[in-house]
Design a protein around this ligand. Structure first.
Ligand code: S3P
Length: 435
């Protein structure tokens, strides 16, 4: 298992790359395929540890699946009421999506279950899902402070809810909607600003009625899901590392193929373009209800910006690498309205500010963001990624423009979202090795 990355200055990044499948869509393909009637064929599935944790969870509840084999998974759906009590606690590993979406999907079952996870996940806030689910009648209990493990008791029925999300979170929205599949009457979720809508789109692809009006999505407990074919696009959150790498490293010219460009995920493209990046979309098409395109990125000098707050939720997982882009831009970049970054796989504001400062970048963390003075001249050093996959990959890209080597510790969790990252990065021109 890879624990340490060693990345040398240099580049450029060139060529045509296909990054692995979208993590959010991969999770949902298993969850909805499992409770559908009939068979679901998934292609492009992300064979990363997070999505595999979701597969294992459903296997432990009696769902038969073949694969993954080169991104193919066949799911023999058991229908909405066909899941069985697992023999053991469900281990969600490092995956917040697994825990939060499963808490909704399992809140209305007639069996009890306990959801747990690794050290990082056991520090992440769960009251945001337990509160609305309890209001629907779920017997759901977290530990002190709203932390995992989560215990969910057997329930005879849930009641629909009209819920306005206090934070912009696709995981909470999805948890409530999935519980709504098992609730009496209507379940409506209103979000304060748009977040990824893969659950709504995929429910529709499985033939489940979802009513969408403005910021509100509504389901009832009456529908059923019918097995289907799901083509998972490449993950824009994984493509983001190469988009930033190519943007900051002179001479770079890369094409990232078949990337999901759902408008609730393209904040990274908008923010980089505002900073002066040269990014074009080609071959735009639809795959299974999700927009897909090839993304062409060429080096272009970047300049600092105040990131518009309305783009934050649309790029929430891309801030670690956007901070690296900012470190390489001319002038100051300010990020605000991004307090959620503090409760991701690590405190991404503090951990990125610490790492950038160690390299010699002036990076000042704030309660809800960061102020970065673009330097375009920073050194090497040894960075602690705190077991956060996106921190590790972000500093690997930072090495392209550093004046010395960057060593990144605690990188094993890169396999949660981007297995084979170092191989693909090497192929593109990053001078990276792993040990
Ligand atoms: C995800 C939603 C986001 C994101 C996470 C995946 C999803 O979390 O950070 O990586 O698949 O719904 P929040 O909804 O908590 O912001």
């Amino acid at each position: 298992m890879t624990h340490t990355f060693h990345a040398l200055p240099g580049g450029p990044l060139t060529g045509t790359l296909r990054v692995p499948g979208d993590k959010s869509i991969s999770h949902r393909s298993i969850m909805l395929g499992a409770i559908a009637d009939g068979v679901t064929q998934v292609t492009g599935f992300l064979e990363g540890e997070d999505a595999l944790a979701t597969m294992n969870a459903f296997r432990s509840m009696g769902v038969v699946m073949e694969g993954p084999d080169q991104g193919r998974v066949t799911i023999h759906g058991v229908g909405k009421h066909g899941l069985k009590a697992p023999q053991k606690n469900i281990d969600c590993g490092n995956s917040g999506t697994t825990m939060r979406l499963l808490s909704g999907l399992l809140a209305g079952q007639n069996f009890a279950v306990t959801l747990t996870g690794d050290d990082s996940l056991r520090r992440r806030p769960m009251a945001r899902v337990t509160q609305p689910l309890a209001a629907m009648g779920a017997q759901i209990h977290a530990q002190e402070g709203g932390l995992p493990p989560l215990h969910i008791g057997a329930t005879q029925s849930l009641q629909g809810i009209d819920y306005t999300l206090p934070v912009a979170s696709a995981q909470v929205k999805s948890a409530v909607l999935l519980a709504g599949l098992y609730a009496m009457g209507k379940t409506a979720v209103t979000e304060p600003e748009p977040t990824r809508d893969h659950t709504e789109r995929m429910l529709a692809a499985f033939g489940y009625p979802v009513h969408r009006a403005g910021a509100t999505a509504t389901v009832t407990g009456e529908g059923r899901l019918t097995g289907t074919a799901i083509e998972v696009p490449a993950d824009i959150s994984s493509a983001a590392f190469f988009m930033v790498g190519a943007s900051i490293c002179p001479g770079s010219d890369i094409t990232l193929t078949a990337v999901g460009v759902n408008p609730t995920r393209t904040g990274i493209i908008h923010i980089l373009t505002l900073m002066g990046a040269d990014i074009t979309l080609q071959n735009a098409r639809l795959a299974g209800g999700e927009p897909v395109a090839d993304i062409h990125v060429r080096y272009a000098p970047l300049h600092g910006i105040a990131v518009p707050e309305e783009l934050v939720a649309l790029a929430i997982d891309e801030f670690p690498v956007l901070f690296v882009a900012a470190a390489n831009a001319r002038g100051q970049t300010r990020v605000s309205g991004a307090a959620e970054l503090r409760v991701k796989e690590s405190d991404r504001i503090q951990v990125m500010a610490d790492g950038l400062s160690l390299l010699g970048v002036r990076a000042t963390p704030t309660a809800d963001g960061m102020i970065i003075e673009g330097a375009r001249a920073y050194g090497g050093g040894t960075i602690n990624s705190h077991g956060d996959h996106r921190i590790a990959m972000s500093f690997a890209m930072a090495a392209l423009c550093a004046t010395g080597p960057i060593t990144i510790l605690d990188c094993a969790n890169v396999a949660t979202s981007f297995p084979g990252f170092d191989d693909l990065a090497r192929q593109a021109g990053l001078r990276i090795s792993a040990s």
